[in-house]
Design a protein around this ligand. Structure first.
Ligand code: G1P
Length: 277
């Protein structure tokens, strides 16, 4: 199993918590300051040495494809003006990566979305990044970069985890695990969105995964679980039982930009950070 070269971005969800803003605009395009969430995700993947991006889209998501493409009209208008530098980051992203898209045409859960990405990944280990979990590390050592290092050591699937308060545990996949070394755990159980009483711990999975390619066959055999959807958490539990899955308590901050509160918190944090640097 070699280097991680590809990252999947499941982006077919409706973003109902942000209606009406997300009625005609993908939730992944909501900006924190001036940058859409999905661009933060792509930049995080690039910092982890990845330059092949696979995006799982759906109806009404074309703005994502346009964002990661050249806008000749805009380039023409802005060239030589004082605003041109505002396009520097996105130009670098477009020049440095390839983007491929496939559609998830039924909403059957995150596991199903990842399975739809098989055609973009093939038989190699890959990263998965959920753009509404926005992560930041002050030293620039991104969560995905940290996870790639863990993967290189353990050569198995890796999930990022964070301790969350008891009243929020029902929003996440939750693990039970034994500590192998500081911040690195071997998973023995995993439950998707348990009640507070049934949660095996307070360690929640956040939207960063590195998956080995056998996950696709496992997902094909995974029955619908919580909410009648195919859950990546259930597939990972199968993988953990057959072999090994590592949970990694990352170094950095994470914002749940899938919720209005988390989005506002992220906006304030990034604004203050931009003033400091
Ligand atoms: C998904 C996963 C869940 C994970 C979460 C992280 O849930 O199913 O296990 O904890 O992402 O953000 P979602 O937030 O898509 O409902």
């Amino acid at each position: 199993m070699s280097k991680i070269n590809k990252c999947l971005f499941p982006a077919a969800g409706y973003g109902t918590r942000f209606l009406p803003a997300t009625k005609a605009m993908p939730k992944e395009m909501l900006p924190v300051l001036t940058k859409p969430l999905i661009q933060y995700g792509v930049e995080e993947a690039i910092k982890a040495g990845i330059n092949t991006m696979g995006i799982i889209t759906g109806r009404g998501k074309r703005a994502i494809e346009d964002h990661f493409d050249i806008s000749y009209e805009l380039e023409h208008q802005i060239k030589g003006t004082s605003k041109e530098h505002l396009l520097n980051d996105i130009r670098d992203v477009i020049d440095g990566c390839t983007f491929s898209y496939t559609r998830q045409n039924h909403m059957r859960g995150l596991g199903h979305a990842i399975l739809c990405g098989e055609t973009l990944i093939g038989q190699e280990s890959f990263a998965v990044l959920l753009a509404d979990d926005l992560c930041h590390n002050k030293e620039g050592n991104t969560v995905l970069s940290q996870m790639v290092k863990v993967y290189e050591k353990y050569k198995c699937s890796v999930v990022a985890i964070e301790e969350v308060p008891a009243d929020e545990i029902h929003k996440y996949g939750v693990i039970k695990a034994d500590e192998l070394e500081t911040n690195i755990y071997r998973v023995s159980d995993m439950v998707e969105k348990p009640s507070r009483e049934d949660a095996p711990s307070n360690m929640a999975i956040i939207g960063r995964y590195i998956l080995t390619p056998d996950i696709f066959d496992i997902l094909r055999d995974t029955k619908p679980g919580k909410a009648g959807e195919i859950q990546i958490t259930d597939a990972l539990l199968t993988q953990a039982k057959k072999g090994k899955v590592i949970a990694y308590k990352f170094d950095g901050k994470r914002f749940d930009c899938g919720s209005v509160d988390g989005f506002i918190e992220a906006t304030n944090y990034f604004y203050n950070h931009s003033k400091e640097s």
